[in-house]
Design a protein around this ligand. Structure first.
Ligand code: F6P
Length: 443
């Protein structure tokens, strides 16, 4: 990994923030570029490369931009996510009140709002305008999926005199931000591009937690509680909950650990089989015979290989994401058909909270997280850092180069602590038999 951060140039102006460089004077301190956050904090048995480290995020003593003349911009892209308005609000407040930046624009409907002729004019974001937006889910700027003409976007930034652009989004958005940064660099323009990791899926590479994730899985708990109540209310009751999580099952896994009534979690990272003694259907039969109810949580991306014919064409959305089949309805039918054929009377309740888990405002802990990310994004941009996002690693805020983030994705490690917690909390099988092993190896 190359974790070095690019700067637009030397930061020569003293920061307007009233901070200190002296420890012990009871004044909060600037962060120096030499402060590092270790990639690995656990020693022993680690492979080589343990000395890699991130630049620590935070306010620097010197800034690159003259705050009074700087024009900043904010754009929100991709799926909706709790906390987006909190990030916008905090960034506007930090730019305006802490640094004295006089103009902050909000681009409408994602990257589309940066393209001339889209018909979406930017709006000026003032402290008055953003004052209470954190109470609301969604994004006041609107969002969209998909890439846009990078050259046209750069021309818009140049024409409007934007020096700092904050880009809120998931992995596809960060790819777009990286392309923007590269084109800006190619043209030699003094424009900083700073990403803020926004996705309920929590799958951005080199970022321990994305904003919105915690709120989303916390809301999902309500669906699990209902599923459990329904399941226990009937003989052989089954509560089946489908949760978002396209290629990473963090929402399903975390919600299930937080609400330990769940007996089985299915995620995209761990293949499973339906049939056979070690398959899902036989497991349900055994579970009902001994415990008389079952709660199952399935991530939307789980078991897609069971739903797709190999010869079928794969369709994608505007962001290039594969359009998924509905694994929840598929399982509902297969489980019911199987139990009926086996003459096991049962009552299956299917709950899909769908977009409800991501359209809410951030919960208090996520709000704190959003505010920190937003402030650190502003700090990074003000001192001329670019081509990076603000992340969290080992519970420290970090500056992470976009080039190392794009093209990869965080997924649950089948041998890691999170999955072990799922297995121990649910008591579910740790593997689903030889047919799964074959499938995994063949992928
Ligand atoms: O990327 C986050 C996410 O919430 C996924 O979990 C989900 O598959 C997707 O967005 C759905 O979003 P949309 O319907 O807006 O494309």
């Amino acid at each position: 990994m190359d974790l070095r951060i690019t700067n637009l140039g030397a930061a020569k102006r003293r920061s307007p923030l009233a901070l200190s460089t002296v420890r012990g004077d009871r004044v909060c301190n600037f962060v120096s570029d030499d402060e590092r956050v270790l990639y690995r904090v656990v020693t022993g048995g680690e492979p080589a490369g343990v000395d890699e480290s991130f630049e620590r995020a935070g306010p620097r003593e010197h800034v690159y931009f003259e705050p009074k003349t700087l024009r900043a911009g904010i754009v929100t892209c991709g799926g909706l996510c709790p906390g987006t308005n909190t990030v916008i609000r905090t960034a506007v407040m930090e730019l305006t009140y802490s640094y004295g930046v006089s103009t902050v624009y909000g681009f409408r409907y994602g990257f589309a709002g940066l393209v001339p002729g889209s018909g979406y004019e930017p709006i000026e974001l003032t402290p008055e305008l953003v004052d209470d937006i954190h109470h609301h889910g969604g994004t006041i700027l609107g969002s969209s999926r998909g890439p846009q003409d990078v050259g046209a976007m750069v021309e818009t930034l140049e024409r409007m005199g934007i020096g700092l652009l904050l880009v809120l989004g998931g992995d596809g958005t960060m790819r777009g931000a990286d392309e923007l940064y590269r084109e800006i660099t190619h043209r030699g323009l003094p424009i900083s591009v700073i990403g803020v990791p926004k996705t309920i899926d929590n799958d951005i590479h080199l970022v321990e937690k994305t904003f919105g994730f915690e709120t989303a899985f916390s809301i999902a708990i309500q669906a699990i509680r209902s599923a459990h109540t329904e399941a226990k209310g009937y003989l052989n009751g089954i509560g089946l909950v489908r949760l978002m999580g396209r290629q990473s099952g963090y929402i399903a896994a975390s919600a299930a650990i937080a609400e330990p009534d769940v007996n089985l979690v299915l995620v995209p990272e761990i293949p499973f089989s339906l049939d056979g003694e070690r398959g899902l259907l036989a497991w349900i039969e055994r579970r009902l015979a001994t415990r008389r109810h079952a709660v199952i949580v399935v991530a939307e991306g789980a078991g897609q290989d069971l739903l797709h014919e190999e010869t079928e064409a794969i369709e994608t959305d505007a962001s290039g994401n594969v359009l998924l089949r509905d694994v929840g309805r598929f399982l509902k039918k297969r489980i019911s058909d199987h139990l009926t054929a086996r003459k096991v009377s049962h009552s299956l309740k299917y709950i899909d909270p769908s977009y409800m888990i991501r359209s809410a405002p951030a919960n208090p802990n996520d709000s704190i997280f959003c505010s920190s990310l937003a402030r650190d994004a502003v700090h990074a941009g003000m001192c001329g850092k670019t081509g990076m996002l603000v992340g969290l690693w080992n519970n420290q805020f970090t500056n992470v180069p976009l080039r190392e983030v794009v093209g990869r994705r965080n997924t649950i490690d089948p041998e890691g602590d999170l999955w072990l917690a799922v297995l121990e909390s649910t008591g579910q099988p740790s593997d689903w038999g030889s047919s799964c092993e074959t499938r995994t190896k063949g992928e």
